[in-house]
Design a protein around this ligand. Structure first.
Ligand code: HGY
Ligand code: MN
Ligand code: MN
Length: 416
């Protein structure tokens, strides 16, 4: 296998231009993006990505969950491909780089290898995983979860959004439901480049995060039922205020997470209040509690205490509560060989780096169950993400993509 020189680098301007071009699709209202999964805007982003991949000489694959695969041939067609990618869907108030950097960083690898006429033994496949965010259709990492055998396809197709539309119908409507069976593809390895979405790398002045682990996640949908009544004429002792119960429960979630400081976290980002009228006591609230930790026992303790505390609060207030687990995965340990390839790449390229536990969930967390997997992270400004003000520098993007290039090419075995 030929050696990889430290001067092997991506084309930073081309990567940045592609990021800015993709950011024009599904613009937000404050400089970021609202390109939610299986919306028309998602479809437009997919077409742009596919056009770029075809222009780079890739052959395209599409599976029944809409996962996209752009393949660059290797010298050994029977060798299992090295996959590299992330997601193009965004939060409703998302940034321009969450997910997109990993997909377009993978495409930039193809473009760079084409420019330099470099061949690899293993084919390389750039991937766009459908519905990583789980914002419109819970849970997060839905399609990579089906690919890894964690969810059935029928269950995934049946997931509904706030308007009652199903994921399967929406995927079909935008014309991105493929024929390929999900999960049949076998991988030599999978790599994902992602912004950190946390403050550590920037605070420590590090260019690269070598992601050794990912913290686990638990999403519990809580439904509290009280009684709708007039906010003016109902005496305080007679109220069954589901909104108040929720507030007390969420205060307990904060307390539970802080009891496992410094790593555990907890909050509710999704809240629906019924009937959500200014002069009606909420009769029902439905909210999703997001609990995370690098330690499975901590997640399980937090879940158990959520159930116990919520039930006590609701019982004392004469109301009822229901719980539904709507998402989750155990803490992840990435493949040591792939992690070493990432670390060696950062060293060879002279980028400062540190080992990191991913605070956010990623498609790599599921794919790690099917193939050797690792992640590369770059800093983001103030550690901010899932906010339209999400920002990175072109240098950070380039450094991350350079390390991704070296890790992928080393694993795909450069031939000439
Ligand atoms: O929820 C997550 O961690 C990811 O951003 N979907
Ligand atoms: Mn992401
Ligand atoms: Mn995200």
């Amino acid at each position: 296998m030929a050696t990889i020189g430290a001067n092997l680098k991506i084309n930073s301007d081309r990567l940045w231009d592609s990021l800015m071009e993709m950011a024009k699709i599904g613009p937000g209202v404050a400089g970021g993006n609202n390109r939610q999964t299986v919306t028309d805007e998602d479809g437009q982003g997919r077409h742009l990505f596919q056009d770029w991949c075809k222009a780079a000489g890739c052959t395209m694959g599409l599976d029944q969950m809409g996962n996209m695969f752009a393949r660059r041939e290797g010298t050994d067609p029977d060798a299992l491909p090295v996959y590299v990618g992330s997601h193009l869907d965004t939060q409703p108030t998302g940034g321009k780089y969450d997910g997109v950097l990993g997909v377009l960083g993978g495409l930039e690898i193809i473009r760079t290898l084409n420019d330099l006429g470099i061949k690899t033994k293993h084919p390389i496949v750039v991937t766009n995983w459908t519905n990583e965010e789980g914002t419109r259709f819970a849970p997060a990492m839905l399609a990579s979860g089906v690919f890894a055998g964690m969810h059935t396809q029928d269950w995934a197709y049946g997931r509904t959004d706030a308007e009652g539309k199903t994921f399967g119908a929406e995927l079909e409507r935008i014309g991105w439901k493929g024929d390929e069976k999900v999960g049949d593809r076998k991988m030599h390895a999978f790599f994902e480049l992602h912004i950190e979405q946390g403050p550590i790398l920037e605070a420590e002045g590090k260019d690269i995060g070598v992601v050794t682990h990912g913290q686990g996640l638990s999403w519990t949908q809580v439904t509290v039922t009280g009684k709708e009544s007039h906010t003016g004429s109902t005496p305080m002792p007679m109220r069954k205020n589901a909104g108040l119960a929720m507030a007390r429960i969420l205060d307990k979630v904060e307390e539970i997470a802080l009891s496992h400081a410094p790593h555990a976290v907890g909050a509710a980002g999704h809240i629906d209040v019924y009937p959500n009228s200014r002069n009606v006591i909420p009769g029902k609230v439905v909210f999703t509690v997001d609990l995370r930790s690098p330690n499975l026992a901590v997640i399980e303790d937090m879940e158990a205490r959520l159930h116990a505390e919520a039930r006590k609060i609701v019982d004392d207030m004469g109301m009822t509560v229901e719980f539904e687990k709507v998402g989750g995965f155990d803490p992840v340990t990435f493949d040591a060989g792939c992690v070493t390839a990432v670390r060696n790449a950062a060293e060879r390229l002279g980028y400062s780096h540190r080992d990191l536990i991913s605070g956010a969930g990623h498609d790599a967390c599921w794919i790690n169950r099917t193939a050797p997997t690792a992640m590369v992270m770059c800093p983001c400004v103030d550690g901010l993400s899932h906010n339209e003000a999400e920002d990175i520098s072109q240098e950070w993007a380039a450094a991350g993509a350079d390390v991704l290039l070296h890790a992928v090419v080393e694993t795909a075995e450069i031939v000439a």
